[in-house]
Ligand binder design. Structure first.
Ligand code: HEM
Ligand code: HEM
Length: 340
C-alpha cells in the first residue's frame, strides 16, 4: 500500500515494495539468486540476459508477443503446431473404431498421451525458466513453442475425448486445461499491449518520481494552507495523509478511489474559497492549482499501478491452475488405468 506522503526516503521505500510486488517481478524477482544457490559464470550470464529481456519488454522496447515470441524463427512453432493439429484431425476422421470413438481406442490413447506429454512439457517451462543455463533467445524460443503447442492442445485433447464430456474428473482436467490456455491468450495480449500504454502514461517519469513530486506538492499545499481557514487545513491534511496509490489487489486493478481525499480536497477548497477575499482568496487559488496538479499525478500513478497489476494478474490463474491441471490429469490417467 502506498501513501504518497511523508519524506522522500519512505516514499521511495514504499514505491520499491509496489515495484517488486507488480511488474518488476517479471525480471527482478524471477531471476533473483536464491539463498544457498551457487551460479556458474554461464548461469550468471544467462540470468543477465533474461533480466535484459524482461526489462526490454517492460519498457515496451520489445514487443514480446508480436515480434519476438509469436513470430519467432519465422513462425517455426506455429507451423509445427498446425501440422500436428492437421495430422490429429486427419487421423480422427480416418479412424472408425467398431465401438465408436472415445478416449480408450488406440487413437484415443495416442492423442491422450501426446496431450499429457505436452502438458508436462508446458509445465516444465516454469522450472526451465528458473534454472537457466540458457540465454534470452532460447527462452523466447521456448515461450513461442509454449504458446503454439499450448494452443494445439485444445484440438488434441478434444479429439482424444472424442467430444464426450460429463460431470467427472476427466472433464474437470479438460476444463482446467482450457482455463489455463485462455489465460495464456490474455497473457500474450497483455505483454503485447500494456508495456506501451505504461510508457505513454509515465512519459519520462517513473512511479518513484511521481511519488516524490506528489510528496513535494503535499508539503507546499500544507504550507499554503497555514494562512487559510481550519476547514481547508483539514482537507489538505486528509489529502496528504489519506491518499492511497495501490492498496489491496482489487483496488490496484480498479485504478481509482471513489473516495479519494485529494479529489475531496480540491472540490472542497474550490467551494470554501468562494467565501474568501483579498490575500486569502489569492493563496486559496494557488492551493487549488497545487491540488489539481496533485490530482493529475495521483491519477497517473494509480494508472501505472493498475496497468502493472493487469499485466500480472493472469499469472495468478495460469500458474496455480496449471498445478491443479497436473493433479487432475494424474487422477484421470490413474483412474482410467485402474478401471481398465
Ligand atoms: C496418458 C494420457 C491419457 C490417457 C491414457 C487417457 C485415457 C483416457 C481414456 C481411456 C478415456 C476414456 C474413458 C472412458 O470413456 O471411460 C479418456 C477420456 C477422456 N480424457 Fe483422457 N487420457 C489421457 C490424457 C488426457 C488429457 C491430456 C486430457 C485433457 C486434459 C484428457 C481428457 C479426457 C476427457 C475429457 C475424457 C472424456 C471423459 C468422458 O467420457 O466423460 N485425457 N481418457
Ligand atoms: C495447458 C496449457 C499450459 C500450461 C500447463 C502452461 C503452464 C505455464 C507455466 C507453468 C508457466 C511458467 C510461469 C512462471 O514461471 O511464472 C507458463 C508461462 C507462460 N505461459 Fe503458459 N501454459 C499453458 C498454455 C499457454 C498458452 C496457450 C499460452 C499463450 C497462448 C501461454 C502463455 C504463457 C506465457 C506468455 C508465459 C510466460 C509468463 C512469464 O514468463 O511471465 N501458456 N505457462
Amino acid at each position: 500500500m502506498l501513501e504518497p506522503c511523508g519524506d522522500s526516503a519512505t516514499v521511495l521505500e514504499k514505491a520499491q515494495v509496489t515495484k517488486l510486488g507488480a511488474v518488476y517481478k517479471l525480471y527482478a524477482d524471477r531471476t533473483r539468486q536464491r539463498r544457498g544457490q551457487v551460479w556458474s559464470p554461464r548461469q550468471r550470464r544467462g540470468r543477465r540476459a533474461i533480466v535484459a529481456l524482461y526489462a526490454a519488454v517492460n519498457r515496451g522496447a520489445l514487443s514480446l508477443a508480436h515480434q519476438s515470441i509469436l513470430a519467432y524463427a519465422r513462425y517455426r512453432y506455429l507451423k509445427i503446431a498446425t501440422a500436428a493439429v492437421v495430422v490429429a484431425i486427419a487421423a480422427y476422421v480416418w479412424d472408425r473404431p467398431p465401438n465408436g470413438r472415445y478416449g480408450g481406442t488406440w487413437l484415443g490413447y495416442t492423442l491422450g498421451t501426446v496431450g499429457a506429454v505436452l502438458i508436462f512439457w508446458l509445465l516444465y517451462f516454469g522450472v526451465r525458466k528458473r534454472r537457466y543455463a540458457s540465454n534470452a533467445g532460447m527462452v523466447q524460443g521456448w515461450l513461442s513453442a509454449h504458446c503454439y503447442f499450448g494452443t494445439a492442445l485444445i484440438v488434441i485433447a478434444t479429439l482424444h475425448a472424442a467430444f464426450r464430456f460429463g460431470w467427472n474428473v476427466h472433464t474437470l482436467a479438460y476444463v482446467l486445461m482450457l482455463v489455463v490456455i485462455f489465460s495464456g491468450f490474455y497473457g500474450v495480449y497483455a505483454y503485447l499491449r500494456f508495456p506501451r500504454v505504461m510508457t505513454d502514461n509515465l512519459g519520462d517519469d517513473t512511479l518513484q518520481m511521481l511519488l516524490i513530486r506528489i510528496a513535494d506538492l503535499d508539503r507546499q499545499s500544507r504550507q499554503l494552507a497555514l494562512s487559510l481557514p481550519d476547514s481547508i487545513n483539514r482537507l489538505v491534511l486528509a489529502s496528504a495523509q489519506g491518499t492511497r496509490i495501490g492498496g489491496p489487489w482489487f483496488q490496484q486493478l480498479r485504478g481509482r478511489d471513489p473516495n479519494c481525499p485529494t479529489t475531496a480536497a480540491s472540490n472542497g477548497v474550490q467551494i470554501i474559497g468562494r467565501k474568501l477575499a483579498g490575500e486569502q482568496a489569492k493563496t486559496n487559488h494557488q492551493l487549488y492549482t497545487l491540488l489539481l496538479k496533485k490530482q493529475e499525478l495521483v491519477a497517473r500513478a494509480r494508472r501505472d499501478v493498475q496497468l502493472k497489476s493487469w499485466l500480472d494478474v493472469w499469472l495468478y490463474i495460469h500458474v496455480p491452475l496449471s498445478i491443479a491441471l497436473l493433479v487432475t490429469l494424474i487422477i484421470h490417467i490413474v483412474s482410467v488405468f485402474f478401471y481398465w
